[in-house]
Design a protein around this ligand. Structure first.
Ligand code: HEC
Length: 119
């Protein structure tokens, strides 16, 4: 009798354990952390909001204005099924993206700054 209960318990454990493996595959191995990216307010929130679907490198290699980042988020929502971020979170995410990944200056390659450029 006792053995039967144990067996049932084992079966349950196996079933539950198996269920976890049936999840759709995330990108793996998890090869990046928020710490891999420039520190700033909202970094971790942004990282986790975006890495639900793709790695953050995809985000970090872009450089955009706030407006363009906003459009990107809209596009994630419209085309890729990202749940829309609550306004407060969206502000946090956009603050981080705008501060950390602004548009790259076309002349900024190699760090050259024109000393005569108007400021
Ligand atoms: C619900 C899923 C989902 C979420 C959440 C998500 N994305 Fe995406 N994103 C995608 C898919 C799908 C693609 C296009 C396919 C690919 O290249 O992996 C993509 C591509 C991108 C690209 C590349 C566009 C290009 O021109 O190559 C950027 C930038 C981007 N996402 C930004 C973000 C940011 C920023 C966040 C977090 C605030 C985010 N995404 C969250 C699904 C998502």
């Amino acid at each position: 009798m006792r053995a039967m209960f144990t067996a049932a318990g084992l079966m349950l454990a196996v079933t539950l354990g198996g269920g976890a493996f049936a999840q759709p595959p995330q990108f793996s191995p998890r090869d990046e952390n928020p710490e891999d990216y420039p520190a700033g307010p909202g970094r971790d929130d942004t990282f986790y909001a975006c890495t639900a679907c793709h790695n953050f490198k995809l985000v970090a290699q872009q450089g955009m204005t706030r407006r363009q980042w906003e459009d990107s988020l809209q596009w994630m929502t419209d085309r890729h099924g990202m749940p829309p971020l609550p306004a407060k979170d969206q502000r946090i995410v956009l603050d981080y993206l705008e501060a950390t990944y602004p548009p790259r200056q076309p002349a900024g390659r190699g760090g050259f700054q024109n000393p005569f450029a108007p400021r």
